[in-house]
Design a protein around this ligand. Structure first.
Ligand code: EPU
Length: 415
């Protein structure tokens, strides 16, 4: 298994290019199943999760060709039964359910399991599809959905901790080809949902309100092909802002859409960073970092996906920060690893009290999920001595050429 060897303590300086968004591109790739015509998807990040999703589309019968970061996908003849092993491996694959149901009126997909950050149920996805009139059966590790016709409805999709991002995506895609009007209440407002709506509209769907808690979809008979570019990855961008902050350095990152990073920019500024927007990119300068408190929330609140990387930064701040994880019940496993590097963190339920220390020290550590692995790399960049990070199979799912981008601005990371 690969690991990183990081020599800590080096300042960063220069420019970083941000790739297309992982969490936008996965449902966007699934949406190409809604039409038999050709879709061209641009700014696709080079990630193992994207590779998985393409294998899933191919296993359903889609033709895929790739030219750099541009994909051409044609799902002319597809089946509604996905490969059990492929789908089980990646939670994001659940978003093929909505488009398959809409296009073929039936789908059989293996249930994605829980994962290390929480149990991750799909009850809200299924509630949404049932709301359109689908029959749903969960049996022997599979979920089977079918319907003679799908009919638009008002569907409240809020769950125990608020909206669901991929659940909203699934229902929105299924509703594009339903008859009548679907209104999704308590829809997720994340930029990735807005990006998916952008593609669906380019394919001829009638979608209004994406980015607000109420999304209205007027069903159409068919969708056509489209040519569409994915938004820049706000979580990757946030991770590089944090890389500059934790090394007390100066970086420019682009392209970014600053409105997607409002809560993150605000918290970094509160912590003492200077951040400037020049129309395409953000320049971040960090010198002295002081403690800030944060709570993860659905967008536009502070994103759960940056909670672990932000904790690495606050482990080096002056003062004590209070960090509360509200979205996933088990997303604080990086705490124990940061403690191995000398971080002073006390836990109480889903809250971490992080007392900043003047130096972290290099140690062998393990990333338990994608964002925890990124958090470990950031801590390694700032630590004295050598840090080895295991868990790169998670990191590679969501960061395109992470070490290459960091090394190009002065880091020393060897795989
Ligand atoms: N939930 C339910 N029932 C459902 C669906 C979700 O109770 O049917 C709960 C979840 O257990 C969680 C909360 O609702 O407590 C929010 O989960 P959500 O459905 O929004 O998460 P997701 O759509 O499965 C996406 C991203 C995650 C990101 C979350 C939250 C993708 C592929 N994944 O997951 O990204 O953390 O939204 O913003 O888009 C990551 O990139 O590292 C990552 C985990």
């Amino acid at each position: 298994m690969d690991s990183f060897l990081i020599e800590g303590g080096l300042p960063l300086n220069g420019e970083v290019t941000i790739s297309g968004s992982k969490n936008a591109v996965l449902p966007i790739l699934a949406a190409t199943l809604l039409t038999s015509e050709t879709c061209i998807i641009r700014r696709v990040p080079d990630l193992s999760d994207v590779g998985f999703m393409l294998k899933i589309l191919q296993s359903l019968g889609a033709e895929v060709t790739q030219d750099g970061s541009t994909l051409t996908i044609r799902a002319a003849n597809i089946s509604g039964r996905g490969d059990y092993e492929l789908i089980r491996k990646m939670r994001g694959s659940i978003c093929i359910l909505g488009p398959l149901l809409a296009r073929l009126k039936e789908a059989v997909v293996s249930l994605p399991g829980g994962c290390v950050i929480g149990t991750r149920p799909i009850d809200l996805h299924l509630k949404g599809l049932r709301g359109l009139g689908a029959q749903v059966e969960v049996e022997a590790g599979y979920v089977r959905v079918h319907a003679s016709r799908l009919e638009g409805q008002m569907i409240f999709l809020g769950g125990r901790v608020g909206p669901t991002v991929l659940g909203t995506a699934n229902l929105m895609m299924a509703a594009t080809l339903a008859s009548g009007i679907t209104v999704i209440e308590s829809a997720a407002c994340e930029p990735e949902v807005v990006d998916l709506a952008g593609l669906l509209i380019a394919m001829g769907a009638k979608v209004r309100g994406a980015g607000t808690p109420t999304i209205t979809i007027v069903g159409v008979d068919r969708l056509h092909g489209a040519d569409y570019a994915v938004i820049p990855d706000r979580i990757e961008a946030g991770t590089f802002l944090l890389a500059a902050a934790i090394t007390r350095s100066h970086l420019r990152i682009s392209p970014v859409i600053p409105e997607h990073l409002g809560a993150v920019i605000t918290k970094l500024e509160e912590a003492g960073c200077t951040i400037q927007h020049d129309g395409i990119g953000l320049t971040v300068k960090a010198d002295r970092i002081t403690a800030v408190d944060l709570r993860t929330q659905p967008f536009p609140g502070f994103p759960t996906d940056l909670q672990a990387p932000f904790m690495s930064l606050l482990a080096t701040a002056q003062g004590t920060s209070v960090i509360t994880e509200n979205i996933f019940e088990n997303r604080l496993q990086h705490v124990a690893e940061l403690q191995r590097m000398g971080a002073a963190i006390r836990m109480q339920g889903n809250t971490a009290f992080v007392e900043g220390v003047s130096r972290l020290s290099g140690a062998p550590v393990q990333g338990s999920d994608l964002r925890a692995s990124a958090a470990m790399v950031l801590a390694g960049l700032a630590a004295d001595g050598i840090t080895t990070v295991q868990g790169l199979e998670f990191l590679d799912r969501g960061y395109a050429d992470f070490e290459g981008k960091l090394n190009a601005v002065g880091a020393s990371i060897r795989r």
